[in-house]
Design a protein around this ligand. Structure first.
Ligand code: AMP
Length: 382
């Protein structure tokens, strides 16, 4: 069977990003975005118009497209694998909107627009939460009143699942080992950041939770906080929307130092900026706290892998993340770590019992491949 190219769509509240991907070679034939949708002076008044722009821009490449993969942020308890889009599936994604109010409604608008304009293609929804759907009960459960948690669907869902699955899947091949025998830790460090512990290909823990706010310190999110801070701020007169904005946009590295890009943060630290120095140390403190937790949870760790914008590019963060962990069997090769390189690579010392790697993530390719597989073998939504 010849597999055509796949259109991958990542629809946000005011933008639609797309790629046309060859799922076999992995090559992105075309990539682009329509941004500032609905804004005055923006290129498109709404998502349908934005999608029309994309179809016009990509007309040549799209002639060969039979499958469209849609990134959907939240699959909740409803979706634990990529799913062929039907009206019922769209209704399900819409029902989950309270869990991801910024993302799921935008995903639905993108799906509707693409289905209307590409009616003959098979559309597949690929969920950012799916990989973590079957986390062990101890990792999934918050110690809240169980009745309240059940009534509101409160559990650890985990995010960046497509990336954690893709990257951990490549590691076995790179180490020439079977995925089933590997214990892994994956650090997805981008503007958003999350860590996962994976045993034999199955995730056993992850740092993001009910929302993408939990866990590591991120570009603009705080990661773990005392939950008491939220009602305290509400009582102090902040609205819920204001608190949401504080936690999603004004915290993390940005909140502490005024910048969220690591290149700028390093420059500030080197110029003796105390707030930037504190932000960097808080970031690493939290990261090593999780790393230690996952080392203990897994008992033996075969591979620690860095990915995403910071993980792939920032040798300094990688070195500091695993600094002085010799006694745990983790030893970096400083020259390999510092080498300017792009592809997947080993950065640990040859005698390090735990392999340390950099593996570039490629969520679009992972979505394209899952979409093709699902279109060929559709499974009923459960
Ligand atoms: P992502 O969310 O995966 O696209 O990652 C974006 C983040 O990666 C940016 O905010 C930067 O902090 C970081 N980043 C990107 N390129 C570099 C680089 N060359 N060196 C250090 N950090 C980088």
């Amino acid at each position: 069977m010849t597999v055509g190219q796949v259109l991958v769509i990542n629809s946000g509240s005011s933008s639609i990003k797309y790629q046309v991907v060859d799922p076999v070679s992995g090559e992105a034939v075309l990539a682009g975005a329509v941004e500032r949708i609905g804004e005055t002076g923006g290129p498109a008044p709404d998502h349908r118009a934005g999608m029309r722009e994309i179809l016009a821009e990509a007309a040549d490449a799209l002639r060969d497209v039979g499958v469209v993969g849609h990134r959907v942020v939240h699959g909740g308890e409803l979706f634990h694998r990529p799913t062929v889009v039907t009206d019922d599936v769209v209704a399900g994604i819409e029902r989950l909107a309270p869990l991801a109010p910024l993302h799921n409604p935008a995903n639905v608008i993108g799906i509707d627009a693409a289905r209307a304009l590409l009616p003959d293609a098979v559309h597949v929804a690929v969920f950012d939460t799916a990989f973590f759907h079957d986390l062990p009960d101890v990792a999934r459960t918050y110690a809240l009143d169980a009745k309240v948690a059940a009534a509101h669907g409160i559990r650890r869902y985990g995010f960046h699942g497509t990336s954690h699955q893709y990257v951990s899947g490549l590691v076995a091949g790179l180490l020439d080992r079977r995925a089933a025998e590997l214990n892994q830790i994956v650090l997805h460090l981008g503007n958003g950041a999350s860590m996962s512990a994976i045993r034999g290909g199955k995730p056993v823990d992850t740092s993001m939770g009910f929302t993408p706010l939990e866990g590591l310190v991120m570009g603009t999110r705080p990661g773990d906080l005392d939950p008491g801070i939220v009602p305290y701020l509400l009582r102090a007169g902040m609205s819920a929307d204001r608190v949401d904005m504080l936690l999603n946009r004004q915290s993390g590295l940005m909140g502490l130092s005024g910048v969220n890009d690591f290149r700028e943060l390093h420059r500030l630290v080197e110029s003796g900026h105390p707030a930037a120095d504190l932000a960097y140390r808080v970031y690493l403190h939290r990261l090593r706290h999780y790393l230690g937790g996952y080392l203990v949870e897994l008992g033996r760790v075969d591979a620690i892998t860095f990915t995403a914008g910071v993980g792939e590019n920032d040798a300094r963060v990688r070195a500091d993340a695993v600094h002085d962990l010799d006694r745990f069997g983790i030893r970096l090769d400083d020259a390999r770590n510092a080498a300017k390189a792009r592809g997947p690579r080993l950065i640990s010392a040859p005698d390090s019992p735990t392999a340390v790697l950099v593996v570039p993530t490629n969520e679009e390719l992972a979505i394209a491949r899952q979409a093709v597989e699902t279109a060929a073998n559709p499974q009923p939504p459960e």
